[in-house]
Design a binder for this molecule. Structure first.
Ligand SMILES: C[S@@+](CC[C@H](N)C(=O)[O-])C[C@H]1O[C@@H](n2cnc3c(N)ncnc32)[C@H](O)[C@@H]1O
Length: 255
């Protein structure tokens, strides 16, 4: 790496850590931890699940982030463990993964193990989850192709890989999913597609918004959710990673 890139990386990391010191966000993270636990009490048992998910997927994640997706783009193992735990707790039938990559692999591998009722991820997540369908979507067809190649290499399903706005029409899919991950495209794309992403969830569905460590996206998401009167809780206690990234969960209308 040349010295200019090194300096830029240091600057970006320093800025992230400064933003991470926001007392409001820290306080919100603590308060919302309690609220999220009262909504989903099973999250109290997250630590052993996270450890087990890291044990099972850690080597794949290290390989993925060294060969395929940069660690800044790929979902953290903390986010992946949280998503898989939500699946254990919510038993979704249909999951949509907006922003393809490592999440597509983790979700599809868990879905395959859940469908056959056996496997290390299935065991890591309590051993009771039944099969569920995963759709992975990207706004970048080339990136989706790269994801397809990775999924083939890993021997998991490559069904239902779709391009946002082409094969995947968000209006036609509104209300179709029990769990939505919104982690797609640039932060501008994230904002532009937020309302459609939220609308993909059905009445009992949750929407996980990654990368709310970014103040501009966080403020935009807060305003958007407030205008929809949709409750949202910070999952910072479960998802904060070493790059200071974390997620929020937009909650369903029904418990
Ligand atoms: C935060 S990434 C999505 C990450 C994905 N959920 C994962 O776990 O790998 C957001 C977008 O960046 C693009 N992308 C993903 N990895 C990338 C990379 N290594 N380089 C460039 N673009 C990437 C994709 O189009 C994706 O929609």
């Amino acid at each position: 790496m040349d010295s200019r890139r090194v300096l830029r990386s240091i600057k970006v990391l320093a800025q992230r850590h400064l933003q991470d010191l926001s007392p409001t966000e820290r306080a919100r993270g603590r308060a919302d931890r309690a609220s999220l636990l009262s909504r989903f009490p099973g999250l109290a048992d997250h630590a052993p699940r996270r450890a087990a998910v890291i044990e099972v997927l850690g080597a794949d994640h290290a390989d993925y982030t060294s060969r395929i997706g940069h660690p800044v783009h790929a979902a953290s193992l903390e986010l992946v463990a949280f998503l898989l735990h939500l699946i254990e707790l919510r038993a979704p039938r249909r999951v949509v993964d907006l922003g393809s990559g490592f999440t597509s692999y983790a979700l599809r591998r868990f879905a395959a193990e859940a469908a056959r009722g056996a496997g290390p991820l299935h065991a890591a997540l309590g051993g009771q989850v039944g099969g569920f369908a995963v759709t992975s979507v990207d706004d970048d067809p080339a990136w989706l192709g790269r994801t397809r190649g990775y999924l083939e290499e890993k021997g998991v399903s490559t069904d239902d890989l779709e391009v946002w706005g082409q094969g995947f029409d968000p209006a036609a899919r509104a209300g179709s999913y029990d769990l939505v991950l919104h982690d797609m495209g640039t932060m501008e794309t994230r904002e532009r597609t937020l309302i459609e992403a939220l609308a993909l969830a059905n009445a009992g569905g949750c929407v996980v918004l990654d990368d709310v460590h970014k103040p501009a996206f966080r403020d935009y998401a807060r305003r958007t959710l407030a205008s929809r009167r949709q409750p949202v809780l910070s999952a910072r206690a479960w998802t904060r990673d070493r790059l200071t990234r974390y997620a929020w969960v937009a909650l369903p209308d029904t418990p």
